[in-house]
Design a protein around this ligand. Structure first.
Ligand SMILES: C[S@@+](CC[C@H](N)C(=O)[O-])C[C@H]1O[C@@H](n2cnc3c(N)ncnc32)[C@H](O)[C@@H]1O
Ligand SMILES: CC(C)=CCC/C(C)=C/CC/C(C)=C/C(=O)O
Length: 283
């Protein structure tokens, strides 16, 4: 998952969804006239961070962050300029003091399903925002890829490399009402104007080879290189058993549609007055 070169060639699904939801939501955000301080969490190779610039006012400072140093280096090499830079940050870890309260807008695209401790990450996002700051995030609730990981983890051939499989399955994959869960968590943290939607979407891969590359680009497991093609063959066999890929002719010359559920989340940190008022009414 930290091969930026490969990821930027195979992230059509992620890019399509970032564009789709930015087009809908960016015009509705409360942009400042000047000096918009923006953070993109889980920026990866930086290509979506770069696209984000088309949807924000011209006066901005944009920081992308990612847990992977390799991704951050690639993003800095390809997309860094006077207004945009990238840094290493684990959104599930301790925040540097200097970043707290420093952002008017926090975005995150296709990253938060990688986080086990959701409350820690959402609390960190709250603390990164300045008063009245807004966050907008899209991430995967459920997808067949997570069922495939579970099945591979139970196969003796692959179990050694998939021992920590739960770490890489969206925390909402088995949830009946992920939007309700997220809303309750965001309310508990102190967010207001919360809007959470769980969308049923479809992405059509042009053929099995393209699908294979996309799955390799997001594969989090350290399967040895010499076994990797065999691993992907078994991966595809499972997709055939699940009737998601045709058994006949390896789906040759045919497109491969996949259904998945995507969480689309907006929330705002209250004003300073509102927060002081809430604090004093608690005592
Ligand atoms: C699928 S990529 C998404 C990249 C980009 N946002 C996009 O939409 O194309 C997910 C990214 O989240 C990063 N990530 C995973 N866990 C993270 C964490 N705890 N803190 C920050 N980034 C994390 C991964 O390193 C990876 O680069
Ligand atoms: C098995 C399969 C090909 C599923 C495709 C649908 C889908 C939503 C894939 C994205 C999964 C994911 C975890 C992406 C990411 O982290 O960027």
């Amino acid at each position: 998952m930290n091969n930026a070169e490969l990821y930027q060639k195979s992230n059509n699904l992620q890019k399509r969804d970032a564009i789709k939801f930015l087009e809908e939501f960016a015009p509705k955000l409360n942009w400042k006239k000047s000096n918009n301080r923006i953070l993109d969490i889980g920026c990866g190779d930086g290509s979506v961070t770069n696209m984000l610039k088309q949807y924000i006012p011209v006066d901005f400072k944009l920081l992308g962050c990612d847990i992977s140093e390799k991704m951050v280096n690639y993003a800095n090499d390809h997309h860094c300029n006077e207004q945009t830079s990238f840094t290493v940050l684990d959104i599930e870890g301790d925040l540097p003091e200097g970043m707290k309260g420093n952002f008017d807008h926090v975005f995150s695209f296709y990253a938060l399903h990688w986080i086990i401790n959701q409350e820690r990450a959402f609390r960190n996002i709250f603390n990164l925002l300045d008063y009245n700051g807004e966050c907008f995030m899209i991430f995967v609730a459920g997808a067949p890829v997570f069922d495939v990981y579970r099945i591979l983890a139970h196969n003796n051939k692959w179990s050694t490399w998939l021992q920590d499989v739960d770490r890489y399955i969206s925390p909402y994959h088995d949830s009946q009402e992920p939007a309700k869960e997220i809303r309750a968590m965001a309310e508990k943290i102190g967010f207001v104007d919360i809007d959470v939607d769980c969308k049923d979407l479809v992405f059509v891969y042009e053929d099995v080879d393209i699908l294979r590359k996309a799955m390799t680009a997001i594969n989090p497991f350290k399967v040895p290189q010499e076994l990797y093609e065999d691993f992907m063959d078994d991966y595809l066999e499972i997709l055939k058993e699940m009737q998601l890929v045709d058994k006949i002719n390896n789906n040759y010359g045919k497109t491969v549609p996949f259904n998945y559920r995507l969480l689309v989340v907006y929330a705002r940190k209250p004003s300073q007055d509102k927060m002081l008022h809430l604090k004093s009414s608690k005592h």
